[in-house]
Write a protein that binds this ligand. Sequence first.
Ligand code: GLU
Length: 340
Amino acid sequence: MPIASRQFLPTLPLVTDFAATHPLAQPPAAAGRFAPSPTSALHLGNLRTALAAWLLARSSRRRFVVRIEDLDQARVAAAGNIASTQLRDLETLGIDWDGPVVRQSQRLDLYADAIAGLDTYPCFCTRKEIASAVSAPNEADWRPYPGTCRTLTTSQRAQRATTRSPAIRLASHVDCYHVTDMARGQCRGRVDDLVLIRNDGTPAYNLAVVVDDGLQGVDQVVRARDLWSSAPRQSYVAALLGFDAPTYAHTGLVSAPGGQRLSKSAGAAGLTDLMAAGIERNRIMAWLCRSLGLPEVSDPHDLIGAAGLTPPCPPTLTRPLDPARLDGPLGWWSDAVLSL
Ligand code: GLU
């Protein structure tokens, strides 16, 4: 078990030896990553995050890996062959990566191996049951699983299994965990009995992302701030598996001039659509740079090591996790309004 994990979890005897013993877990050189789900085209918010992730990795001499998070096969199929378009969009912007692109759908055995040593239990609750069992959230969007199925007896489990396949949940031994963000400093956020395997047998995002980041040597996770509340859970699972938790950098969100946040569900345009509509690649690149508070360049390699990548002094005291936008100078940490 890495020493850092012992420091994170001095009292928990539950850490598995997954990270130490898995054949793929040769400690690779440190890496950053971009990990899109191939469920829609990458909009300019996604591409801004990709550029920031690439730049922070390359500027700190890390490898940069790309991982396609394609576990939700129904949504992936509905989107057609969008992963290849996503990769082409990265190339169009001049974002390069190291090694082969990893696809989560080809790594199912790894996720099964990873949970084998964790303290888990089957959960038969439907979404509706969970919604009616949880009390009103005491923090924005925090609705922890109330642990209904944790104490079922063996015969109750057998009986429930006759009508419903269970999800697999982590029996979490903490309700809070620390994370470090490059812009927000040390934060402490909530952890519950999160789902590790969905009830259709698909590994859950919070498991797969941790296993892959750990095995790929990712120690710098750059992604949009709408995923910030997952960080404590992921750091906790990483520590349980014996991985060092990564340092996070949560990028700001991008909204349209009218204020509506760019989102996949709202059908925000991808690079190919924008270019087909006559907006030149260099104009898009210039906006991406500007929105990050960086000089407007055509080749992102010209930005490596640029001034302006370091956020203003993050707080040094541990604070409650707050995913709200950060005000202050423009940078990867700030929100941006699209103006092409
Ligand atoms: N695959 C996730 C997405 O496209 C990102 C996961 C992550 O960066 O942790 O939203």
